[in-house]
Design a protein. Structure first.
Lengths: 324, 162
């Protein structure tokens, strides 16, 4: 409930007051607050998508007395979310979000302003905002940590979108750098999309332990290179490795003796064996185990743990034509 | 009694002359401080795209309306409203032109990308510099007269009353 109140406190006072009047059980079960110009204010949660009514209750269909947002309300909220400093959030806005206090995020939707090459430069006419209430799952990585202790080497977390890869990574960072489960390790986080630590004004809004250095907004490959050169990490954490540059950076990190924990998109075992970047990542020998996450249900739930060497052998066997 | 009153009026006239001189100087100095302020925050913004409110607070100095504006924003008021109110209520010796320019600036600060902000601040700095230059000319033109006028007017009143 406090998370809901913390998130909506970033909105304009009239809107905030309306949202604070919502019943406690609704606050607890709400994941998103959706603001659209000229449309009803929508809350999304365990109960689905519902419009907020003037009396603080929810309705499945927008009624006469639902709370509607004028374009000026939306602009005011946008300015507030940016702390009246749009220029400070320029790169985040271009990426489609704003990081708020306590790790909440606001997705920003509007008309893109592009340059001659089609690159997005900025945004005008903000048409909707999606305030996503941050939820942490402390302790969800404990089983995985036991596995990490038993097997030396890196860990690759694979799962479908929404499977809880980032939640799991965040908890793993907290446990490793917090020292609550064994000696605290020096952890470096390459947080290109600002989802792991959610740094705002130089302070991590999510709990990532006390022995963590966060490289915010750097391209992952550059972050790995800088961390290796200057921060001497014991563990390097990266979210969603996809490019060849990142692959090369991981390779050089392995040669420097750093333990990698990273995540990749993969719907299942077949994806792990067929996707080029994942195969190449496994071939770097940076990872000794692979955790495949379950889709849906509880975030960060590991479906199977796999030995990276076995996967490598299978990839090799497929490549030379031993398996069809 | 009559003489004492006449002496008081004379002293008052002299002080009024001094006050006018000080006021002209204060106007010039305030506008110069504003020009420096805008140039400073422009440079600091250019260096690291720093957010507006901490920049205003850190560099406010004697420009107390900035601190008041930031406090109102932190209390929940919108920036442009807080900015305009702070300028309206400030006791700084600013003339109407300067106040109008500053009020118009409030609607633009923090609302655009970095390039836009840098241009806005550069322009604001230039405007304040021009106003400061004008205020300086006025000071240099009228300040020497103010003292003399005060003394002379006071003497005239003294003669008239006695």
């Amino acid at each position: 409930m406090k998370r809901f109140e913390g998130a909506v406190s970033a909105l304009s006072p009239p809107l905030r007051d309306r949202l604070l009047r919502v019943k406690t059980n609704i606050k607890r079960e709400t994941y998103e607050v959706r603001l659209r110009a000229g449309q009803p204010l929508v809350l999304f949660g365990r109960y689905g998508s519902c419009a907020l009514l003037e009396d603080g209750t929810l309705s499945d269909v927008p009624a006469q007395n639902c709370v509607r947002l004028a374009s000026s309300d939306l602009q005011d909220c946008f300015q507030r979310l940016c702390a009246y400093s749009v220029h400070s959030f320029q790169s985040e806005i271009v990426s489609g979000f704003i990081t708020l206090q306590n790790g909440h995020r606001a997705g920003v939707c509007g008309t893109a302003v592009t340059d001659a090459n089609g690159k997005i430069m900025s945004l005008r006419n903000v048409s909707s905002l999606n305030l996503r209430i941050a939820r942490e799952a402390p302790g969800c990585a404990l089983p995985l940590l036991e596995q990490l202790k038993a097997v030396p080497g890196g860990l690759l977390i694979a799962g479908p979108p929404g499977g809880g890869k980032t939640t799991l990574l965040r908890d793993l960072i907290r446990l490793l750098a917090g020292g609550s489960e064994g000696p605290a390790q020096k952890v470096c986080v390459a947080d290109a999309r600002q989802e792991l630590a959610a740094v705002r004004d130089g302070t991590a809004q999510n709990d990532v332990g006390w022995n963590t250095d966060v490289l915010t907004g750097y391209p992952t490959a550059a972050a790995i290179e800088i961390a290796l050169r200057t921060l001497s990490p014991q563990v390097m954490v990266c979210d969603e490795l996809v490019t060849d540059d990142e692959l090369e950076a991981v390779r050089s990190g392995v040669n420097a003796g750093v333990r990698f924990i990273a995540s990749v998109h993969a719907a299942g075992r077949d994806d792990l064996l067929t996707r080029r970047v994942i195969c190449a990542l496994l071939e770097t020998e940076a990872f000794s185990s692979v955790a495949l996450l379950k889709s849906g249900g509880q975030p960060g739930r590991v479906e199977t743990m796999m030995d990276a060497k076995e996967l490598r052998d299978e990839i090799y066997a497929r490549r030379v034509g031993l398996v069809f | 009694m009559k003489y004492m009153l006449a002496v008081s009026v004379w002293c008052f006239s002299v002080l009024a002359g001094l006050w006018m001189r000080r006021r002209l100087r204060a106007r010039w100095k305030t506008l110069a401080a504003l020009a420096t302020f805008f140039e400073t925050i422009r440079l600091r913004m250019e260096y690291a795209a720093l957010p507006l409110l901490p920049l205003l607070e850190e560099n406010a100095g004697d420009l107390t309306f900035l601190t008041r504006c930031c406090a109102a924003v932190r209390a929940g008021e919108s920036f442009s409203a807080a900015w305009s109110a702070a300028i309206r209520e400030t006791t700084l010796p600013l003339d109407k032109d300067a106040r109008d320019d500053l009020c118009a600036l409030g609607a633009l600060l923090g609302t655009t990308d970095l390039n836009g902000q840098l241009q806005i601040l550069h322009r604001a700095g230039r405007t304040m510099e021009d106003l400061a230059q004008r205020a300086r000319s006025r000071y240099e033109k009228y300040a020497p007269v103010c003292n003399g006028c005060g003394i002379f007017a006071g003497f005239a009143l003294f003669v008239f009353m006695t």
